[in-house]
Design a protein around this ligand. Structure first.
Ligand code: ATP
Ligand code: MG
Length: 183
């Protein structure tokens, strides 16, 4: 599976609908301070199931919605859509029929957020498992936050093991085993 497109609307500084094509190879994002480079990476993290607003530099979940500026009124809704190419059929069974998966997360002010895959509503948990199996996702070491490297160096061995397991793509397995044991 690989990411091919990211679409944003009303998300932080991306007020008007904006679309990024993710071509094969390395992609660089350049621009002046405050132009929204980190916001873009946070959009990726958010659509992959981030549930902590602190990891999104916010003080509440609604802080991802455009808050308004001197020229533009605030929005009441934000939406991020991430397109995945699943032609290698590596997605979990529930989603594996489709060649292309469009994962959408939408938030409305004071209403919380919902997830869809190819238009069908799914649980946050399904999204987290989808990305955990692909060794990516909101909490994965594929997305490196500022200050995260020093956290890894200072981490206890058990937390460091979690990081390595996430990187190896087996976090989803552990999480499913834990659910099975609780049943
Ligand atoms: P740097 O080069 O300094 O790292 P950057 O390109 O990463 O900058 P970001 O951190 O992505 O910039 O963008 C920060 C800007 O996004 C700030 O001006 C902040 O006010 C704005 N911002 C964040 N959340 C919202 C929101 N909900 N509504 C409007 N603006 C927002
Ligand atoms: Mg930044």
């Amino acid at each position: 599976m690989h990411l091919t497109r990211l679409k944003l609307a009303g998300f932080k500084t991306f007020v008007e609908p904006t679309e990024f094509l993710i071509e094969p190879g390395l992609t660089g994002i350049v621009g002046p301070n405050g132009c929204g480079k980190s916001n873009l990476v946070e959009a990726l993290r958010w659509v992959m199931g981030e549930s902590s607003f602190k990891n999104m530099r916010g003080s509440g979940m609604d802080d991802v919605i455009f808050a308004g500026s001197s020229e533009r009124p605030a929005r009441n809704m934000a939406e991020v859509a991430l397109t995945l190419d699943n032609s290698d059929r590596k997605a979990p069974a529930a989603f594996n029929d489709a060649e292309v998966l469009e994962v959408t997360r939408r938030i409305e002010r004071e209403e919380g957020s919902t997830y869809r895959v190819n238009g069908k509503e799914v649980r946050a948990r399904d999204i987290q498992l989808l990305f955990a199996d692909a060794a990516t996702g909101a909490r994965s070491p594929a997305l490196v936050r500022q200050g995260q490297i020093s956290e890894i160096i200072a981490a206890k061995p058990q937390s460091r093991r979690r990081i390595l397991e996430d990187a190896a793509g087996i976090a989803g397995l552990h999480s499913r085993r834990h659910e099975a044991e609780l049943r």
